[in-house]
Write a protein that binds this ligand. Structure first.
Ligand SMILES: NC(=O)c1ccc[n+]([C@@H]2O[C@H](COP(=O)([O-])OP(=O)(O)OC[C@H]3O[C@@H](n4cnc5c(N)ncnc54)[C@H](OP(=O)(O)O)[C@@H]3O)[C@@H](O)[C@H]2O)c1
Length: 269
C-alpha cells in the first residue's frame, strides 16, 4: 500500500524539488500540495508547477482538508507558519516532518507538546551527509580538549532569510552536547558581534551569503599547533528532498514521539 504524502510549501524551491524527486519513490503517493493563501500558484497542477508531468494534485491553501486524506506531511515553507501547520497536523493526528528553518527557539516547548500526540521530526538539514557530519562534530567535540576553539562557517545563496543557518545551529548544539554545554551556552555566540579577543569556550559563527550556493558548512577545531576541519558541501538541492522523503516514509510508520534524522539512518541498520 502506498504512503500518502502532503507537501507544505509545494510552490517553493524545496517544495518543487520534493515534487520532482517524489517520482524516485514508488511507495509514495502525493495526496496534497500546500502553499500560502496568497500564493500565485493556487489551483495549478503541482507536477506541472515543478516542471514535470501533471500529478493530478492542485496547489491549495487548505491544509486541514489535505490532511484528511494523508499518512504524513512534510513542511518546507516559512517559519511564521510553522505553529499553524503543527496545530493542523496535531488536530488531524498526522505525522509531520518539519524541514523549515528559522523559527524562534521558544517553539521548542510547543514541539515537545505536539510530539506527545503525533510522530514529529524536525530537521534543519535532511541530507544524509549532514546527518553524519552532526554526529562527527559531536564526537570530535567530546574527544578533543576544551581548549580547542570551535568555529562554524556557513555559506548559502543570496536569498536565504535566516542566519546563521538552522544547520549551523544544529552543529553548534551537537558540539555543545559533546562538551557538556547546554543548548543556550552552545548558541550564545550566534549573532553576537565579534570584537576583541575570543571568548574562551564560546562557539563562534561566521556567515556568508551570495550567488546560488545551496549550502556549505564547515566546523573547525583550533588547537595549539593543529586544527581539525569537518565539512559538508551540497551541490544539488535534491539531497535534502531525498532525505526528507525517505524520513517521511519512515516517520509515517512511527508512533507519537520526537524523532531525529539520525534515527532513520542509524537506528534501523
Ligand atoms: N531541512 C532542510 O534540509 C532544508 C533544505 C533547504 C531549505 N530548507 C528550509 O525550507 C524552507 C523553504 O525553503 P525554500 O528555499 O523552498 O523557500 P521558498 O522558495 O521561499 O518557498 C517557501 C514556500 O513556502 C510557502 N509558504 C510561505 N508561507 C506559507 C504559509 N503561511 N502557508 C503555507 N505555505 C507557505 C510558499 O508559498 P507561496 O510563496 O507560493 O505562497 C512557498 O511554497 C526554508 O525555511 C529553508 O531554510 C530546509
Amino acid at each position: 500500500m502506498s504512503t500518502r504524502v502532503v507537501i507544505i510549501g509545494a510552490s517553493g524551491r524545496m517544495g518543487c524539488t520534493l515534487l520532482r524527486t517524489a517520482g524516485e519513490f514508488p511507495e509514495l503517493r502525493l495526496s496534497g500540495a500546500i502553499a500560502s493563501a496568497c500564493s500565485t500558484a493556487l489551483g495549478r497542477d503541482a507536477g506541472e508547477l515543478a516542471g514535470g508531468a501533471p500529478l493530478g494534485v492542485a496547489i491549495s491553501a487548505d491544509l486541514p482538508s489535505a490532511l484528511a486524506a494523508a499518512d504524513v506531511a512534510i513542511d518546507f515553507s516559512h517559519a511564521d507558519a510553522t505553529v499553524e501547520h503543527l496545530a493542523a497536523c496535531e488536530a488531524a493526528g498526522i505525522p509531520l516532518l518539519i524541514g523549515t528553518t528559522g523559527f524562534a527557539p521558544d517553539l521548542e516547548r510547543r514541539l515537545a507538546a505536539a510530539a506527545r500526540h503525533i510522530a514529529l521530526l524536525v530537521a534543519a538539514n535532511t541530507s544524509l551527509g549532514v546527518t553524519l557530519l552532526v554526529e562527527l562534530v559531536r564526537t570530535a567535540a567530546e574527544a578533543l580538549p576544551g581548549s580547542f576553539d570551535i568555529e562554524i562557517l556557513e555559506t548559502h545563496h543570496r536569498l536565504k532569510r535566516d542566519a546563521p543557518s538552522g544547520t549551523a545551529l544544529a552543529l553548534a548544539r551537537a558540539a555543545g552536547e559533546g562538551r557538556g554545554q547546554s543548548a543556550e551556552q552552545a548558541l550564545a555566540g550566534a549573532g553576537a558581534a565579534r570584537a576583541g579577543a575570543r571568548a574562551a569556550g564560546q562557539i563562534g559563527f561566521a556567515v556568508r551569503r551570495g550567488g546560488d550556493v545551496i549550502g556549505e558548512h564547515e566546523v573547525r577545531f583550533f588547537g595549539a599547533g593543529e586544527s581539525l576541519e569537518l565539512a559538508h558541501r551540497a551541490t544539488d538541492r535534491a539531497i535534502f528532498a531525498r532525505g526528507a522523503l525517505t524520513a517521511a516514509l519512515w516517520l509515517a510508520q512511527q508512533p507519537a514521539g520526537r524523532y531525529f534524522m539520525r534515527d532513520i539512518f542509524f537506528k534501523n541498520q
